[in-house]
Design a protein around this ligand. Structure first.
Ligand SMILES: [Zn+2]
Ligand SMILES: [Zn+2]
Length: 123
């Protein structure tokens, strides 16, 4: 069971597993929406995804013909990505999960779009 909420706390959700995979997506749409180097997601069955609080605050932006990006209209937290072509799954954002996601991240989408300013860790 995954649980998450937005920055202002107005929206809370739960998602029953299993997590099909978690990913970092470096596509330019995710970079723009997240204001970050990537959007990070856990793919879960939409049947187990429940907005427990603040459903009226969730706005969806159609970023493409199929893509829908759900965010809190009060604080702007990005909550999920879903495709109208694949209604069985929803990708919840790793950064909104509480407690933090502790599973593996198995996929990177559009790695060729990784920003040059991403940190390179050298120990
Ligand atoms: Zn919020
Ligand atoms: Zn993306």
């Amino acid at each position: 069971m995954l649980k998450g909420s937005c920055l202002c706390g107005g929206v809370a959700y739960r998602a029953e597993g299993p997590v099909h995979h978690a990913s970092h997506c470096y596509c330019t749409m995710c970079q723009k929406q997240h204001g970050a180097g990537a959007g990070s997601y856990a793919n879960v069955p939409s049947a187990g995804y429940v907005i427990e609080r603040g459903a009226e605050l969730v706005t969806e932006y159609a970023s493409s013909e199929e893509g829908r990006r759900g965010f809190c209209s009060v604080c702007g937290s990005n909550l999920f990505w879903r495709s109208t072509q694949e209604p069985d799954c929803v990708a919840v954002t790793l950064g909104t999960l509480e407690p933090p996601y502790d599973g593996p991240v198995e996929r990177e989408w559009y790695p060729e779009n990784k920003p040059a300013w991403l940190p390179v860790i050298r120990l």
